[in-house]
Each structure stands twice: as structure tokens, then as C-alpha cells.
Design a protein around this ligand. Structure first.
Ligand SMILES: Nc1nc2c(ncn2[C@@H]2O[C@H](COP(=O)(O)OP(=O)(O)OP(=O)(O)O)[C@@H](O)[C@H]2O)c(=O)[nH]1
Length: 301
């Protein structure tokens, strides 16, 4: 069996099963449509060829949609809808090389310790134990040398951790709020969020096995008060049955209409299986200016 070098690299990474399978099928000559889209779950009455053939999707929302007949997210709320090829381009940004190092830059607590650089930043925020570090670890899965630390103990992350992706961008892991949050949380996290000039986006994590909690609502209110652009990502989707995940997804939808600073399109991920990670990589590449994906609003103009 002949496997092209692009597929081979992907197949090595077991945390990336969807892309690996996708490009593997390509090399096997499947009639996969390069220009099909993924995010558009409602207009997708006829799903893209590749998805219908292989019953997998790079957007886990598509899989969730299969369990109900009514649209779980209206088409007009889906603005980020890259092609499979664009998702692959976004994914490539997170593959390290000699000239494109992916590494831990530094840890910091207070404003005067923050790194001085010109890189666009993407920060991860959420309750203790929601899966922030795990998600960064999955996004940087091709670069184990970045050494992202994950722990079962809530409140493990006490400092801000900066991870650089070449000279392109920087991911920022933040301590969790709620139970076990460090005493310096407010000074540290709010200090960071209010002072960074090149903060491209905040990724707000909600536990997909639990849904939006009162503690999350406090965090969402803080985001709205700060008026920073952010997205909501439901984590740990591998742990929930579809019915539970659907209920928790709807708990996000209930709030999202009232959150003007938040993208109306929530994302779903599992850091364990890698589901949804490539789409998020593409989103990060897009918002940091490294991937040109026209959003649905842009298409309309
Ligand atoms: N099954 C499953 N477990 C996950 C997933 N993401 C995280 N976990 C587990 O959840 C626990 C907490 O994960 P972390 O990534 O350390 O969470 P955090 O939000 O960084 O935690 P703090 O340091 O408390 O802020 C760990 O035991 C992870 O293995 C996931 O997608 N699926």
C-alpha cells in the first residue's frame, strides 16, 4: 500500500485520527470533494461527499446534528466554515520544524513578568479542570517538546504559560477560576486580559459533560465586561453520550444570544480523541492572520 509523505506524517500522530484518515483516503483515490465545507450543518442537507462516504466529520457538530432532525445551530450563526484543504493548511502551522520551533516561552504571574513580543496571542480561559492545558497539549500535539502539563488535580495551573508557535503566534494557558483558583487570579488573569495589545482571541472553555454552570456565567460576564472577542469551546466530548452533549450544547446556545462579544458558533472538542482539534487549529490560524478563510458574512458582501 502506497502512502504519500503527507499522509505518513499524519498517520504517525494517533491524536489526529480524523485528518489522518481523511488524507489517507485521498491517497487511496476516494472521490473526496476538496471544496466541501464543514461548519454548515444546517445547509448540509446533502452532506459533503467525503463525510457521507466516511461518516466522520472534522466538525463534531456535524456528528451531533445526526442525532436530531431539527437544526441544533441555525445556518446564520455559522460564520467559520473552512474547506478540508484549509483545515489542513491550518493544521500544518502546528507542525514544528528546525526553522519553526514550537516551545514553552515562559511562565508569568503579574503584568511586569509578561513576555514582550509582537506575536498575536490566543488565550485559554475556563473553570479549574475544564481541560485548558489538555486542549493546548492537543493543539500542540505534534510538538511534545513544548511540554504542556496536564493534571487530574483541579487548580494545577497556577501561572500564565506562554507557548510560541514559530514566529507566528503565541498560545496562553491561564489558571482556572472557581474552586482551587490561585489567590492572585484576578490580578494575574484580568491584568493579562486587559493589558495585551495583540490578543487576537480568547477561547472560553465549558465542560461538555456538565454544560454552562453558574461559575461559567460569572466568567462569561467578565468576558462581556471586558469586550474582548472570544469563542466558546465545549470540552471532553468523548465522555458524554450524544443526548447529554446535546443538552449541554443547548445550555451554551441559551446564553450565546446574549453574548455580543462571543462568536455565535460554539466549537466542540475532545483532547483525548483529537475530535474537533484540527478545526480549532484552523480557527486559531485564521484569527492570527495565517489562514485566509472567508467567513459567511464576508461571502455575503
Ligand atoms: N476524557 C477526557 N478527559 C479530558 C479531556 N480534556 C481534559 N481531560 C481531563 O481533565 C482533567 C483536567 O484537565 P486539564 O487540562 O489539566 O484541565 P485545566 O483546565 O488545565 O485545569 P486547571 O489546571 O485546574 O486549570 C485531566 O484529568 C484531563 O486528563 C478530554 O477531552 N477528554
Amino acid at each position: 500500500m502506497k502512502v504519500c509523505s503527507r499522509c505518513y506524517g499524519l498517520l504517525q500522530n494517533r491524536r489526529r485520527p480524523l485528518l489522518a484518515r481523511m488524507f489517507h483516503s485521498l491517497s487511496q483515490g476516494s472521490s473526496f470533494n476538496k471544496h466541501s465545507t464543514h461548519g454548515n450543518i444546517n445547509s448540509g442537507i446533502t452532506p459533503p461527499k467525503f463525510i457521507s462516504q466516511h461518516t466522520i466529520s472534522l466538525n463534531p457538530l456535524q456528528n451531533l446534528q445526526k442525532h436530531v432532525s431539527v437544526p441544533i445551530l441555525p445556518a446564520d450563526k455559522i460564520s467559520f466554515s473552512p474547506t478540508e484543504d484549509q483545515i489542513y493548511q491550518g493544521h500544518k502551522l502546528f507542525i514544528p520544524s528546525v526553522t519553526h520551533k514550537i516551545e514553552h516561552l515562559k511562565s508569568a504571574v503579574y503584568e511586569d513578568q509578561l513576555p514582550e513580543h509582537d506575536l498575536p496571542e490566543v488565550a485559554f480561559i475556563g473553570r479549574s479542570n475544564v481541560g485548558k492545558s489538555s486542549l493546548i497539549k492537543a493543539i500542540l500535539g505534534e510538538a511534545p517538546e513544548a511540554r504542556v502539563r496536564v493534571s487530574k488535580t483541579p487548580g494545577h495551573t497556577k501561572v500564565l504559560n506562554f507557548f510560541t508557535v514559530g514566529k507566528q503566534l503565541c498560545l496562553v494557558d491561564m489558571p482556572g477560576y472557581g474552586f482551587h483558583m490561585p489567590e492572585h487570579y484576578e490580578k494575574s488573569v484580568e491584568g493579562f486580559l486587559s493589558s495585551r495589545k495583540k490578543l487576537s482571541r480568547v477561547i472560553f472553555l465549558v465542560d461538555g459533560t456538565v454544560g454552562v454552570t453558574p461559575t461559567d456565567v460569572t466568567g462569561l460576564n467578565m468576558m462581556e465586561e471586558m469586550s474582548l472577542p472570544y469563542i466558546i469551546v465545549l470540552t471532553k466530548i468523548d465522555k458524554s453520550k450524544p443526548a447529554v452533549l446535546l443538552k449541554n450544547f443547548m445550555s451554551v446556545r441559551k446564553y450565546i444570544d446574549q453574548l455580543p462579544a462571543c462568536l455565535q458558533q460554539p466549537f466542540l472538542v475532545s483532547s483525548l480523541t483529537g475530535e474537533g482539534v484540527e478545526l480549532l487549529q484552523a480557527f486559531i490560524a485564521h484569527v492570527t492572520g495565517h489562514l485566509d478563510v472567508r467567513t459567511s458574512e464576508e461571502h455575503n458582501h
